[in-house]
Design a protein. Sequence first.
Length: 247
Amino acid sequence: MVGLTGCGGDSTDPPASGDGVSGELTVFAAASLTESFKRIGQDFEAAHQGVKVTFSFAGSSALATQINQGAPADVFASAAPANMKTVTDAGNGDGEPATFVRNQLVIAVPKGNPDGVTGLSDLTKPDAKVALCAEQVPCGAAARKALDAAGVGLTPVTLEQDVKAALAKVRLGEVDAALVYRTDALAADAAADVDGIEFPESAGAINDYPIVVLKDSANKPAARAFVEYVLSDTGRSVLTAAGFQAP
């Protein structure tokens, strides 16, 4: 099996079916990867008839903590290098993580943008109710960086533990806006309910997404094949179609 490098590297074709990869595979992945990884998981299973992929989606910080506490998993895909580093620093990665995509923030507002939000300063109005991710979560750390770059002081009404939860607050009408990833605002289940408003400061707060096989994986052949599939042209086409950026 060809080793993975720390950078994304050149894309390749996914591993061919009939290569002996089989068994159960557990992937811990950032919440923002939910739709894309479910599709990739289905495609991977179709290419490897003997494999069953199970996903656990949550905030990257929570997943990193679970891995370091011994939760059984084969692959970790994080929404930021910092959370990946907590896993690799603890000796729980097998090889160097590979960056496979990047993601950028938008302001999620109700469909039609009824409040006419055009930038971060609009979120500071006295009656504005805003949701953010908690700062230990990658989307929260990116939001803080963008807000600091804009010189905007913002007091959210809620801090959520992953980006899906922050977006849900907008979809349910509980807040007027939330800072979420572009990919989450574009996701099929959300696009009918929200609009994503681009803002310039997000360009300085882009998150790199690394992926790694875990040291205690019970199925390293399948884990390595899955990572290679994500890094392949086939896997990346799913991710870029969802709004992720190439690394």
